[in-house]
Design a protein around this ligand. Structure first.
Ligand SMILES: CC(C)(COP(=O)(O)OP(=O)(O)OC[C@H]1O[C@@H](n2cnc3c(N)ncnc32)[C@H](O)[C@@H]1OP(=O)(O)O)[C@@H](O)C(=O)NCCC(=O)NCCS
Length: 164
């Protein structure tokens, strides 16, 4: 059966702070629960830096007919070995019901447009997809492979945004 069409509206977390616990639960279920001692409350606290208007960091949420279905972040210094690598794409999450229809790509492109408008040029990310997966298609270039905090190898990628 074909999936119903999506009517996607991107909003910043700061436009609807009531969505913070929902996004925190996605992140906790996907990543946080594997970190010893981390709770959903901790995950909520980590998202409080995104509760402001008009400045970095950004947390963009996709609404489908008003329901939150995906999120992505533009944040500072996800990794610290290279302090000059300031801006990072992270927290890319799409609800299982909405995967495989290009939603992550759409949300990331909207986030990058907003980041570029705020003066961001170079954006880094880390992914377990060694070939870069979806990010390579969106213009990121693979750099070195490193070890993630959890012990698994991850690939660092870099993309330069066109100025706005
Ligand atoms: C990864 C994820 C965000 C993709 O969402 P989506 O809306 O289905 O993505 P799109 O439809 O825009 O693109 C799908 C592509 O993403 C690729 N992909 C899946 N997981 C990926 C990952 N971890 N890193 C890079 N690319 C990935 C798929 O292989 C697919 O590639 P293809 O189009 O060449 O076949 C979604 O599966 C998800 O939320 N997974 C759990 C959280 C996660 O792993 N986030 C990414 C962290 S780097």
């Amino acid at each position: 059966m074909r999936a119903p069409p999506m009517s996607i509206e991107p909003i910043l977390l700061s436009q609807n702070p009531a969505l913070l616990p929902v996004v925190a639960m996605w992140y906790f279920t996907q990543w946080g629960r594997h970190v010893p001692g981390r709770s959903h409350d901790d995950e909520c606290q980590r998202l409080e830096v995104f509760l402001h208007d008009g400045a970095l960091p950004l947390l963009l949420i996709a609404l489908d007919n008003g329901e939150p279905v995906a999120a992505a972040q533009l944040k500072f210094h996800e990794r610290t070995e290279h302090p000059e690598r300031e801006h990072w794409l992270g927290g890319v999450y799409v609800c299982p019901s909405h995967r495989g229809r290009g939603l992550a790509a759409r949300l990331i492109e909207e986030l990058m447009a907003r980041a570029a408008a705020l003066g961001v040029r170079d954006v880094y990310l880390q992914t377990e997809a060694d070939d870069g997966g979806l990010y390579r298609r969106l213009g990121w270039t693979p750099l070195e492979s490193v070890t993630h905090a959890g012990g698994s190898p991850v690939r660092i990628l870099w993309r330069r945004l066109a100025p706005r």
